[in-house]
Design a protein around this ligand. Structure first.
Ligand code: CTP
Ligand code: MG
Length: 227
């Protein structure tokens, strides 16, 4: 089994504002969000290879980063799309077209905006992939949730029925490629994460949940950078 991490870094970071997409912002330790993220996967023994997906305008910036950082596992920098799912799909079809074996390759799709992912999470995800074809990372919900219809509260569901999704979300390559092919053929397709695509189009595939942690939060708004 070959574990290939895909770092999704093609977003514009509109909600975070600033003069560059948030993955290129510098954190308190002097590394950019993207650098810190790639460093985490470089340090994981279970991860064999890393592919970075970025906006076409930033391919050369990422290539310059490759020269500067001593990354041994980054094998490609590819272009993403306008939506997150398009960036994921580009990575999946890149690996398929490059001849990675459908049942001997695992793909770990990770938000570059989660630079604090731990070695423990990466290890647990890779170990889970030895038994399961799809693995996600999630944390408990601490706020009470409301169900709302047309602006009115209709229910207060049991909190224990819910988890908050994180990344990486990992799959046998053939399994996620099959789900994305069906997604692409559906004219009404919509997705906010990759597990959602699998669940919708291949509901028969079991999905293992690995415990995430609060540190693996997504940097979404400007305030998230201040913490
Ligand atoms: N992403 C991507 N390609 C896109 C959109 C998002 O690779 N077309 C990546 C982002 O770079 C980010 C991750 O997916 O690391 C999670 O998305 P999000 O937090 O929504 O980031 P952005 O889309 O960049 O931010 P915003 O929605 O505020 O513009
Ligand atoms: Mg977005």
């Amino acid at each position: 089994m070959r574990n290939v991490a895909v770092i999704l870094a093609a977003g514009k970071g509109e909600r975070a504002g600033g003069d560059c997409p948030k993955q290129f912002r510098v954190l308190a330790d002097g590394r950019t969000v993207l650098e810190r993220c790639v460093d985490a996967f470089e340090a994981s023994e279970e991860v064999n290879e890393i592919v970075v997906v970025t906006h076409p305008a930033y391919v050369s910036a990422v290539q310059a980063m490759l020269l500067k950082c001593s990354w041994a596992k980054v094998s490609a920098v590819i272009e993403g799309g306008a939506e997150r799912w398009e960036s994921s799909w580009n990575a999946v079809r890149y690996l398929v077209a490059a001849g990675y074996a459908a049942d001997e390759t695992n793909i770990l799709l990770h938000d570059s905006a989660r630079p604090f992912v731990s070695e423990r999470i990466l290890g647990d995800v890779c170990r889970a992939l030895k038994e399961d074809e799809a693995v996600t990372v999630a944390v408990p919900v601490t706020d009470t949730l409301y169900i709302v219809r047309e602006g009115r509260l209709t229910d207060v569901p049991p909190r224990s029925d819910f988890l908050r999704a994180q990344t990486p979300q990992a799959f046998r390559l053939g399994v996620i490629a099959d789900a994305y092919r069906q997604f692409m053929a559906d004219s009404a397709h919509q997705a906010t994460d990759d597990i959602g695509v699998l669940r919708r189009y291949c509901p028969e595939v079991g999905i293992r949940i690995v415990a995430g942690d609060e540190a693996n939060r997504k940097l979404t708004y400007a305030a998230d950078f201040a913490q």
